[in-house]
Design a protein around this ligand. Structure first.
Ligand SMILES: *Cc1c(COP(=O)(O)O)cnc(C)c1O
Length: 497
């Protein structure tokens, strides 16, 4: 059986389903698979459906689920909620292939993991015959929030609360969250940025006031600190590779690069897991926007949050504290929990840490980082539309720009797959402004204009927002966070009684 161990204490050992229920370990560390023993050759997933590949990979990583349980989770998640039976289609452009991860219910890549996480979690609860309600606390930079709300709304035995930065998310992202239906959901704006939201939900798991408010309620997370979020993201690295082989673009076994627009380092870490499982991954190119803390880290070995936080048009990557990097440090240091604890303490106390050269060398065998400023991001959207009539969102544009820089700097000709993480319609205003001179202020008029220009249909779930009543308007101070969470936990417990 796979063992999942805390990155800050190797003696805290759980199985996969226990890690899914708990989210974060008690010491604040992240549960990380101790050793990847399975090997999945890409030849094994050729000509399989997305669902079949998902079952194979998830069963290898989350090996305490039975085949029946995993089958039910996978088929419950990857169904008509996605607007294509392929689930994750691949589109060729001049610079490589766009892996389109936004065909799910909320039009961003978070749907891939958050459509299956509720199934994995409820199956896990059933295994342990747990009676208490699982209260999901989620911080969002814009996309996780809505995907988690859709995934968990009205799921028995669970409640979900989402915290998002009051300033930063796009107006459409905000509307998506504020209009969510469902009895067990709550959405709260925070007067701070994403890092403040993430810190709040992490702190809540050990805060005395919050702990005292838990009666028949236990806390878990839908952020990528949860193993159940990360593992489903391995699947599309395999399925997209298989598509390249099936179309004879690469021979089976030949290496490819993946370019990943990165915030919390979850998506790109899943690519690393894919590599360890046996996918021929050459480089994982970490693409950042102006908040380029990861680019600097990969280049210098110094992770420093002593810098300005800059809101950008790719808000889902406006992050200075990238949680899943902790897992990479743990793996690259040979699972050295004392080392990781020291780094994380430095981060907390001094706002920075420095990783020794031997560990950086190990990391750089696979990872490299490039960042893109706002003008280049806008130009990338404009140029791709002009030259190939393909419309991309700002996060995808950050990745495409990184790919171009990487190629011109290294001359590496390895075929590259660029992760396209959101529908351009989630960021209608900014995308439209890149390809059109008209200044339209109304979101829905802008959507229609974008549709007219691009020929790409507005996703029905976004068009429908126009007539949906806003349900959640609350906004809180960061300093009131623990009080607010404690009250919410009591409310959840009371409903349960
Ligand atoms: C969340 C998100 C990202 C960043 O993914 P991480 O797993 O946090 O690195 C990139 N693009 C979009 C559109 C997102 O929603």
């Amino acid at each position: 059986m796979n063992r999942y161990i805390s990155s800050r204490n190797r003696n805290d050992i759980v199985t996969a389903h226990q890690a899914i229920i708990t989210g974060l370990s008690k010491d604040g560390g992240l549960y990380t698979i101790e050793k990847i023993t399975a090997h999945i050759d890409p030849s094994e997933v050729l000509h399989l459906s997305y669902q079949q590949t998902a079952e194979k990979i998830l069963s290898a990583m989350l090996d305490d689920f039975t085949d029946e349980e995993m089958h039910a989770c996978v088929t419950g998640a990857y169904d008509k909620k996605f607007d294509t039976p392929e689930i994750v289609p691949l589109k060729q452009i001049k610079d490589g292939w766009l892996m389109e991860l936004w065909h799910g219910p909320t039009c961003a890549f978070k749907d891939i993991a958050l459509t299956i996480l509720p199934h994995l979690l409820t199956a896990s609860i059933r295994k342990d015959d747990k009676k208490e309600i699982i209260s999901i606390l989620t911080a969002t930079s814009g996309d996780t929030g809505k995907a988690a709300l859709e995934g968990f709304k009205d799921v028995p035995g669970t409640a979900i609360t989402v915290f998002y930065p009051e300033v930063g998310v796009s107006s459409i992202q905000k509307k998506q969250m504020a209009t969510t239906r469902g009895k067990n959901v709550d959405v709260i704006a925070v007067k701070g940025n994403f890092d403040d939201c993430q810190r709040m939900v992490k702190q809540a798991t050990s805060d005395p006031l919050v702990l005292a408010s838990l009666d028949d309620v236990s806390i878990s997370s839908a952020n990528s600190i949860n193993v159940g979020r990360l593992m489903p993201q391995i699947v599309y690295y395999y399925t997209s590779y298989a598509k390249l082989v099936e179309s004879s673009a690469v021979a089976c076994g030949d290496p490819v690069n993946f370019v990943v627009p990165t915030g919390n380092f979850g998506d790109i870490l899943a690519g690393y897991f894919a590599k360890m499982l046996g996918l021929p991954v050459n480089r994982l190119i970490c693409a950042s926007n102006t908040n380029n803390v990861l680019t600097d880290f990969l280049n210098t070995g110094v992770y420093s949050t002593h810098r300005d936080f800059t809101p950008t048009i790719s808000p889902s990557m406006d992050i200075l504290i990238s949680s899943n990097l902790e897992r990479l440090l743990f793996m690259a240091s040979g699972y050295d929990d004392a080392f990781v604890s020291e780094m994380m303490l430095n981060l907390q106390e001094k706002g920075s840490y420095t990783v020794p050269e031997d560990i950086m060398a190990k990391i750089r065998e696979t990872f490299c980082g490039y960042w893109t400023d706002e003008d280049t991001c806008r130009n990338t959207i404009h140029d791709l539309f002009e030259s190939e009539h393909v419309l991309i969102d700002p996060h995808t544009a950050v990745a495409l720009a990184a790919k171009k820089k990487y190629t011109s700097e290294t001359g590496d000709e390895t075929p590259s797959i660029i992760l396209s993480t959101a529908s351009p319609y989630k960021f209608t205003h900014d995308v439209l402004a890149c390809i059109d001179d008209e200044n339209i202020t109304d979101d829905f008029v802008a959507m229609e204009r974008l549709q007219q220009l691009s020929g790409v249909k507005v996703p029905p779930s976004l068009a429908a927002l126009k007539d949906m009543p806003v349900r959640f308007t609350r906004s809180i101070e960061i300093s009131d966070g623990m009080q607010v969470i404690a009250e919410r936990m009591k409310e959840i417990g009371n409903v349960h009684d």
